[in-house]
Design a protein around this ligand. Structure first.
Ligand code: SAH
Length: 353
């Protein structure tokens, strides 16, 4: 298939697997065109508003053994858990002092925090801060997620990781693809904002599977797309595997923008870890928000899902300032004025001004 035919198919609203696969294989010349089309689409549909979101990793205990993940239960990493009041203090500081409007609370699959503890946490944070609050905590029962929603949680970040049930179950022993999909469907029923996505370039992933992953985002009605390249962690059985190239990861991002024109799509930290130019390149290939790690530095060293995580030794203030200056430096606007009515604008999903 010709590159231009593949682009036309996407632009006419179709989403054929063959066209997506063809664009994933774009050569350097075609790739430039793909990125600039994605950037134009971003400009036309979501404009210059670029959000800076915070991620706070509150526990690295995990009961799972995902082959790719550096905090899997067999990993020798030093474990930590933040106390609920410490989590609240840190989120409140990020919201009040640094101006964060959206924060993701992330952890391994850690049952130490009961459903009730998480609800308390959500209530306290929402009482103290005017932010959009996301949880990224993996599998819980529908009842637990329903209570968490009532307690004030706005969204969930829950990647399907791969749309191949075979690869999923190979990479995540003891977990089921069906359960993952069931969560994504009840999240919508519970009216959560849903951020989902996959790992680009997992070992044994074919370009056809990657194309299927991209198309799954539409079927799953993602409000926010969270995708990032696979980074081999030395603490895992996949230590000797390779990362995908940055251009492949960027092509995946750009295709997502062409297909899902209005979606919010951050540059995930894995892009920045894969390549120091990852942020700059991704923001010009369709991405429209940044993620900053706001985990207290004494803990973030241990949240080693993959090695050399971008900026882990740097001060959170400095990273935040740099992110804001970066956004302004490229002529975009930092989203600031969420104020009261956060959710409709988020799901709109252009950023509120
Ligand atoms: N326990 C939560 C959050 C997991 S950590 C959950 O199950 O949803 C957040 C994300 O990091 C994962 O969803 C996975 O996509 C990503 N991740 C983990 N290890 C990685 C690696 N080695 N390279 C790239 N991404 C990785």
């Amino acid at each position: 298939m010709e590159f231009s035919d593949a682009i036309s198919e996407l632009e006419s609203g179709g989403a054929p697997l063959e066209a997506v696969e063809r664009l994933l294989l774009a050569n350097p010349q075609e790739e430039k065109e793909l990125f600039s089309l994605a950037d134009e689409t971003r400009e036309r549909h979501v404009g210059k508003s670029t959000c800076v979101h915070g991620v706070l990793e509150f526990s690295n205990f995990c009961k799972n053994s995902c082959l790719y993940c550096g905090i899997r239960k067999e990993s020798p990493v030093k474990r930590y858990r933040m106390q609920p009041d410490e989590i609240v203090e840190n989120v409140a500081w990020a919201a009040k002092e640094l101006g964060y409007k959206m924060v993701v609370l992330q952890s391994g699959e850690d049952r130490h925090y009961t459903g009730e503890t998480l609800c308390e946490l959500a209530r306290e944070i929402k009482k103290r801060c005017n932010i959009i609050l996301f949880f990224s905590i993996g599998d819980r029962t529908q009842e637990e997620y329903a209570s968490l929603k009532k307690a004030g949680a706005d969204g969930v970040l829950y990647r399907f990781e791969t749309s191949s049930s075979e690869l999923f179950e190979k990479m995540r022993p003891g977990t089921s693809f069906g359960t993952r999909m069931a969560h994504l469907s009840f999240f919508h029923e519970l009216k959560y904002l849903v951020a989902t996505g996959f790992i680009i370039g997992l070992p044994h992933q074919s370009s056809k599977q990657l194309a299927q992953d991209i198309l799954s985002l539409g079927k799953l009605k993602a409000n926010m797309i969270s995708i990032g390249p696979f980074l081999p962690s030395p603490l895992t059985p996949l230590a000797s595997q390779k990362s995908p190239s940055l251009p492949l990861a960027l092509r995946a991002l750009a295709i997502c923008r062409l297909l899902y024109k209005k979606v919010r799509m951050p540059v995930t930290t894995a892009f920045e870890t894969l390549d120091p130019a990852g942020r700059q390149k991704a923001i010009f290939a369709g991405a429209n928000s940044l993620m900053v790690n706001i985990t207290p530095r004494k803990y973030s060293q241990c949240y080693s899902i993959y090695p050399n995580r971008f900026g882990e030794r740097e001060e959170i203030e400095k990273l935040t300032r740099e992110a804001i200056e970066f956004v302004q430096g490229i002529g975009r606007r930092v989203c600031r004025g969420y104020a009261k009515d956060l959710r409709p604008q988020f799901s709109a999903p252009a950023c509120a001004e």
